[in-house]
Design a protein. Structure first.
Lengths: 183, 519
């Protein structure tokens, strides 16, 4: 919806720099929540994506070697109104025929305190690659963990719709991955 | 909750919504789009260049109309605007009324040389708006003087006993004629309380009157059939009631039944179809509309375009070539100027008349809504309006984004995106009017929601009459009984598309409807 709204994105790829990827713990993603929020006519609209594929090799003590790669299926965009979803899939928004997946890739990560990190990522959306910053957390449990973060983008930076008096430019994206050690 | 703001229509709004609406209203391009009502000098209505740029191509562009030429248009004589007088229902007519009219001299009611102030032009435009282009046609003296005409067709009158949609005209002393096909005939709404809203979606039962006439048997069958062909023939479309020959051979009772099925406020206007009529548009607020007609057939850039609209649609478009088909003749032949023997094709409005008409139409003000809201309902209704997605297309303050949406099955050609303002998703309503008629551009215009409280039926073909129906998902089912246009012989059918608001709670629906009735 040209003047409407939409949004965005996500996927995570925390790509570790460094040598031996094999040395990093391999995690499998058990479930994922990728949601977005954008204001439409002054009120927030919530939506989501699905179809996550991820490669997570993450060691908080060796971030330089860690890798997390993820992408989502653009066609799963769900804004709560099916006809609006269909519009979001078209060329003026996500153009899913030409850009079926959204990717994100970490290029640098730092630990701020135990379980809390900041990272620089490359977000590739609709063929446009830009760096973004995202703080994220790792909450560990006995057999699993949660990786969660949020970031804000300007949808116009990625040619998602046009300038609009109805739809805000800023989109807040929340990412949450439930992960467990891969067998 | 206290009322925190007031929109331009006077309804209170929440802080969030008010702030946002204010932002929209302040947007410069909206103001820039608003045509000036006092364009000067008077635009030349019909130039070949202006007419060519005025209409969108049809969904099948090779059949897009080629309107008559500038030379043809100006070869037609100027239309006379005669002073006219109210028609009373017989039982309400003052004693000796028509005898007094018969003693009057004919009097012209439009002289551009006498018009000076804006109000002069607006008042003169009102007279053009009410002036007929045909006499003793769809409505004749023997009809309006016949009590059975009112009773059997179901024709109401004002509190004063006046028939609002036609007037007596004196073109020759001693002879009273019924003026027909004025703009006012379709754009005047008689309200339940007996008051009138001029410029609104009208509710004269035009099609029922026509059906009644056909069944009276006093209209030559040739005329009934020729009119049917002229109105609806679309020879390049393989669909019922489009073939000129079949339309010309249709049994009269079938034609009457087809007419009867079209409720007041909806019309089988020339260029539509018997199974795809058009809702009569509300002219109040049209100054802010970017496209005209339900199918966005014409662009509206200022008074000149509104003048062109009136000139073409009253009814010179039947002289156009659609491919090699001319509706007025049912052949490929375009008759010489004035030779068509069809009212409306033998003369033309003057440019000054049309300019006055445009000024009058631009001056129309919406009547205040009688519906009031408490603050809680207002807040709830506004929130539902946003959350159901209404706001995206029906954007305040105009309650339309002024865009075109493709009809179901129509894919906009790539060059259209640069030429027109397209909201590229279909709401999947019935596509016939947009894809299978002479007005079919492949698009539907996003209509404004202003004035919903006094308008009905709704949707482009008038299938529904209430907002409750619109928000009821049962209307998608085949056994639904629409309260508006159904089609001849049809009792039940689905009313597809525009699937918004179905998930709202009953309380939210009520609040949304209450809110919409204040616009």
């Amino acid at each position: 919806m040209r003047r409407t709204f939409k949004t965005v994105i996500v996927c995570l790829t925390f790509v570790a720099l460094g040598a031996s990827l094999r040395a990093q713990p391999l995690w499998q993603v058990d479930s994922a929540s990728i949601t977005f929020e954008i204001k439409n006519a002054g009120l927030p609209v919530h939506g989501s994506f699905a179809g996550l594929e991820a490669d997570v090799r993450f060691d908080p003590d060796h971030l330089e070697r860690s890798v997390i790669v993820a992408s989502i299926d653009c066609s799963t965009v769900n804004s709560g109104i099916e006809l609006r979803n269909r519009h979001l899939r078209k060329h003026d928004y996500f153009d899913v025929d030409h850009y079926p997946r959204i990717r994100m890739e970490a290029v640098h990560m730092e630990k701020n305190e135990p379980g809390k990190f900041s990272g620089t990522f490359v977000l590739e959306l609709k063929g446009i690659r830009k760096e973004i910053s995202m703080p994220f957390t790792l909450s560990r449990r006995a057999q699993s963990a949660t990786l969660a973060g949020a970031f804000t983008i300007n949808r116009l930076d990625y040619a998602i719709g046009e300038p609009s008096v109805i739809l805000a430019d800023e989109v807040v994206v929340h990412v949450s991955l439930e992960i467990s050690p891969a067998e | 909750m206290a009322e925190l703001g007031t929109s331009r229509r006077g309804c209170s709004v929440t802080a969030v919504f008010a702030g946002w609406v204010g932002l929209v209203a302040a947007t410069a391009d909206l103001a820039a789009q608003a045509p000036s009502p006092n364009e000067s000098p008077i635009p030349r209505t019909w130039t070949d260049e202006a007419i060519a740029a005025f209409e969108l191509p049809l969904a099948q562009p090779e059949f897009s109309p080629r309107q008559i030429s500038e030379d043809y248009y100006y070869a037609l004589p100027k239309r006379m605007i005669w002073k006219s007088y109210p028609i009373y229902r017989p039982d309400r007519e003052p004693d000796g009324y028509r005898d007094r009219l018969a003693a009057l001299e004919p009097e012209l009611a439009f002289d551009a040389a006498t018009l000076e102030s804006d109000q002069d032009w607006i008042d003169a435009g009102a007279r053009v708006f009410r002036a007929p282009i045909a006499y003793d046609g769809a409505v004749r003296p023997q009809d309006v003087l016949n009590p059975a005409w009112y009773e059997e067709v179901g024709i109401d009158v004002t509190n004063e006993g006046v028939l609002p949609w036609a007037r007596w005209v004196i073109r020759e002393k001693g002879k009273l004629e019924v003026g027909n096909l004025a703009c006012a005939m379709c754009h005047t709404r008689l309200m339940p309380n007996g008051s009138l809203i001029e410029g609104a979606q009208g509710n004269f039962p035009f099609e029922q009157v026509t059906a009644w006439r056909i069944r009276q048997g006093d209209t030559p069958p040739f005329v009934v059939r020729a009119i049917s062909r002229t109105l609806a023939a679309t020879p390049w479309i393989d669909a019922p009631m489009r073939d000129p020959a079949k339309l010309f051979q249709a049994p009269l009772e079938e034609l009457a039944a087809l007419r009867d099925a079209v409720p007041p406020g909806v019309l089988i206007r020339q260029g539509t179809a018997f199974n795809a009529p058009a809702r009569i548009p509300d002219l109040i607020g049209i100054r802010d509309r970017k496209y005209l007609d339900a199918t966005g057939l014409e662009v509206h850039r200022g008074p000149g375009d509104l003048m062109r609209y009136a000139a073409i649609n009253q009814v010179l478009d039947i002289l156009a070539h659609y491919g090699d088909f001319v509706p007025a003749t049912g052949t490929s032949e375009q008759p010489p100027p004035g030779a068509a023997r069809i009212p409306g094709t033998q003369d033309r409005y003057s440019d000054a008349q049309l300019h006055a008409l445009a000024r009058f139409v631009y001056s129309l003000k919406p009547p205040p809504s009688p519906y009031a809201l408490d603050a809680a309902t207002l807040t709830r209704g506004e929130r539902a309006f946003i959350e159901a997605g209404c706001v995206t297309c029906h954007t305040p303050p105009l309650y339309t984004n002024n865009q075109l949406t493709p009809a179901l099955g129509f894919t906009p050609p790539e060059d259209h995106f640069a030429r027109y303002d397209i909201f590229d998703i279909s709401v999947e309503t019935d596509p016939k009017l947009a894809t299978q008629t002479r007005r079919g551009t492949g698009y539907y215009k996003v209509p404004s929601l202003l004035g919903l409280w006094y308008r009905s039926p709704l949707l482009h073909d008038g299938s529904l009459t209430t907002l409750d129906e619109l928000l009821d998902p049962k209307r998608l089912e085949d056994d639904f009984v629409p309260s508006g246009f159904k089609g001849a012989g049809v009792e039940r059918r689905s009313v597809p598309g525009h699937p918004f608001g179905f998930e709202l709670t009953e309380q939210d629906k009520e609040a949304l409807i209450a809110y919409l009735k204040t616009l």
